[in-house]
Design a binder for this molecule. Structure first.
Ligand code: UDP
Length: 406
């Protein structure tokens, strides 16, 4: 354990602690550090095993309450994962989606700017917008974003997230880092419709639900869109690389310091900056230090947006469906031919009017590798098998009970 993770007086605030990523982050913080956790959410069902943990304090609240926002910002490191991120809600509940993804994070960012807390804000890869099938790598600081028309309400989520990023980047005095997740998957992702949530979750939970119910997997517009699915465990490793670099960069920073305290400009801060970032200590590639020497003077972990994704895990949704059928057949010990064939459905029919899509989302992973020595490593099949096996185990009983309900 590096000294910064060994500090039992340090507290990280995790907003959205009870969600998919938050619950994994909480477990990892408790396992890999001696830190305390201040966890905020409206729902803690994923955290039952942690509720009485001596290093945790939980608050059932959301960011609509200014007093809650002020309290969170008093901690030196704030990770904001709270968001409405259920695709079917982007159409019918655009205003709520925008409040949750812009108003609330903006208020938290302002409070962090005043207190001096380091805000690690979770954005989305969807801020790259309506990408075409032949789009190349999406690069954090150079790829332009194109969105569908205002009548295509799917973009309510992405545009609110993008505005939040811009607000954060423009706030004087804020020490910030933005994370753009590329289709994270793993245990505890989303929900099973009709059991512990309503609406249409993201594709993995949808496909898992259909497999468990013996229904055909629905391929929106033929399943031609492509995504790079990324294991949540890689995402957590990214966060630890980030924490290590950021806290090492400003070892002594605390609430009340300006963002320039310590070495804000990690890569360009000269010898002491590079040592403090400690890239080699976070599993950096052997040449990571070399690339950093040539990095722009303002490169570092603060005032940066990072893609977090696995570029090697690209798959079309139609291919994903076949992979998941095969994995499900293996997990259940049945012949894949006994499972229903996937069916194509139009986006409008499936999600309602206002649905639109990104056809390809391929992350550039160079920046995270250059500045943090981070590269996702878990292959697609491993990540899918872990997620689907967990889903089957977790929901099988619930599903049986659900089906038997009168
Ligand atoms: N999709 C699908 N069937 C489903 C759910 C989603 O074909 O049951 C498609 C969706 O249209 C999109 C892709 O799968 O092209 C990924 O959708 P998801 O909602 O998981 O998240 P996104 O990556 O679009 O944010």
């Amino acid at each position: 354990m590096t000294p910064r993770f060994d500090d039992s007086s340090f507290t990280v605030a995790i907003v959205g602690c009870g969600g998919f990523i938050g619950s994994h982050l909480l477990d990892a913080v408790l396992e890999r550090t001696r830190w305390r956790v201040f966890g905020v959410d409206l729902d803690f069902y994923r955290l039952q095993h942690r509720l009485n943990h001596e290093r945790c304090e939980f608050l059932c609240a959301d960011l609509a309450d200014p007093a809650v926002v002020e309290r969170i910002a008093q901690f030196p490191l704030v990770v904001n994962l709270a968001a409405i991120c259920t695709p079917s809600r982007y159409m019918g509940e655009a205003c709520e989606v925008i409040r949750s993804n812009y108003d609330h994070p903006a208020a938290l960012a302002e409070a962090c700017a005043k207190s001096g807390a380091w805000l690690v804000h979770f954005s989305t890869s969807e801020i790259y917008g309506k990408t075409a099938a032949d789009s190349g790598e999406l690069v954090e600081d150079s790829t332009p974003a194109v969105f569908g028309p205002v009548t295509a309400s799917r973009w309510s989520y992405a545009t609110a997230k993008l505005l939040a990023e811009r607000f954060i980047a423009g706030l004087p005095g804020l020490r910030w880092t933005v994370v753009r997740p590329f289709n994270f998957v793993g245990p505890y992702m989303d929900f099973m419709p009709g059991v512990d949530g309503e609406g249409i979750p993201r594709v993995l939970a949808n496909f898992s639900t259909a497999l468990l119910r013996g229904e055909p997997l629905k391929l929106v517009n033929g399943g031609k869109a492509k995504r790079c699915f990324t294991s949540v465990h890689d995402a957590i490793d990214f966060l630890f690389a980030l924490f290590d670099a950021g806290l090492g960069c400003a070892l002594s920073f605390g609430v009340g310091d300006s963002p320039d305290a310590g070495c804000k400009t990690a890569a360009g801060a000269g010898h002491s900056g590079r040592d403090a970032v400690g890239v080699s200590k976070v599993g950096a590639a052997p040449n990571a230090g070399v690339s950093k020497v040539g990095a722009a003077p303002n490169a570092g972990v603060f005032s940066q947006a990072f893609n977090v994704g696995n570029a090697e895990n690209e798959v079309s949704i139609a291919e994903l469906a076949q992979k998941m059928r095969t994995i499900f057949a293996k997990v259940r010990g049945v012949d894949v031919s006994s499972l229903p064939e996937p069916q194509s459905v139009s986006g409008e029919e499936y999600y309602g009017a206002g649905y639109d899509d990104s056809m390809r989302r391929m992350p550039s992973v160079a920046k995270a590798e250059r500045l943090l020595g981070f590269r996702a490593r878990i292959p697609l099949d491993t990540a899918l098998e872990e997620s689907l096996s967990w889903f089957v185990k977790h929901y099988d009983v619930a599903e049986t009970c659900h089906c038997e309900e009168p």
